[in-house]
Design a protein around this ligand. Structure first.
Ligand code: AMP
Length: 231
């Protein structure tokens, strides 16, 4: 992107918000394909603002669920967030973010899971209220409303798998990747709600005011994600 990079020394670098862990790890090859090397590993450095080999591009490391907020308010021009996080954010902030590219990384499914032996189909047929524990309350509410199932949603922030084991809930709505976590806790997935992958999101104002700087980066992400999907 050098020919179109803003060389004004006072200009702020393009800021990309993302979370540590799987999304960060799977984003590195996409950045490398765009010719961008990251200068530090956030797992070891504890720094929250990380430079790159391109002085006009920096990363900020935030909680996964905060990525849409940083981008929506323009503290970051770009972000990478799972569709799970974007569904929850969009329920409270509709239309706030431009989502141009499915990066095809950090893929998994949002599922309903219950204890092995729990008769889920009878429970939802009987018209009784189902107690569902989840971090994804908006996605869960929409899913069960579409099925016409009455639910009491219990908001949790982690370790959802525990809830059916200790009587907090009949079912959970959680992300499933390999299925190992469910299996280790004697749970089974009984319904898929939606396929999840991470998306590039863009601040709407940046898209207009920094279009020339952003476009080569968007093109590089698009191309890298297409070859990632094909591999
Ligand atoms: P697994 O045992 O591979 O099915 O992974 C399930 C656990 O990892 C659950 O606790 C999920 O919340 C979490 N998880 C799986 N995939 C993702 C993802 N793409 N992003 C964030 N968390 C995930």
């Amino acid at each position: 992107m050098s020919s179109q990079t803003n060389t004004n020394p006072l200009a702020l670098p393009i800021t990309l918000a993302l979370s540590k862990g799987r999304i960060f790890d799977e984003t590195l090859p996409l950045l490398a394909a765009a010719g961008i090397e990251v200068s530090e590993n956030p797992e070891t450095s504890r720094k929250l603002i990380i430079g790159t080999s391109n002085p006009m591009v920096r990363l900020i490391i935030v909680r996964a669920s905060d990525v849409p907020t940083y981008v929506e308010y323009g503290a970051a021009d770009l972000g990478i967030a799972g569709k799970d996080v974007l569904i929850e954010h969009a329920s409270d902030h509709p239309g706030g973010l431009y989502q141009p590219i499915d990066l095809n990384i950090a893929r998994c499914k949002l599922c309903v899971a219950v204890r092995k032996g729990f008769d889920y189909s009878s429970a939802v047929k009987q018209g009784a209220r189902l107690r569902v524990a989840t971090k994804y309350v908006n996605a869960a509410r929409e899913h069960f409303a579409a099925k016409g199932v009455y639910v009491d949603l219990i908001k949790l922030y982690g370790s959802m798998e525990l809830a059916p084991l200790v009587g907090l809930a009949d079912a959970i709505v959680d992300l499933v990747s390999t299925g190992n976590t469910l299996k280790a806790n004697d749970l089974v997935a009984v319904e898929d709600i939606v396929e999840i992958s991470s998306r590039l999101i863009v601040n709407r104002a940046s898209l207009k005011t920094r279009h020339a700087e952003l476009q080569p980066l968007l093109d590089a992400f698009e191309q890298a994600s297409r070859s990632h999907a094909a591999s």
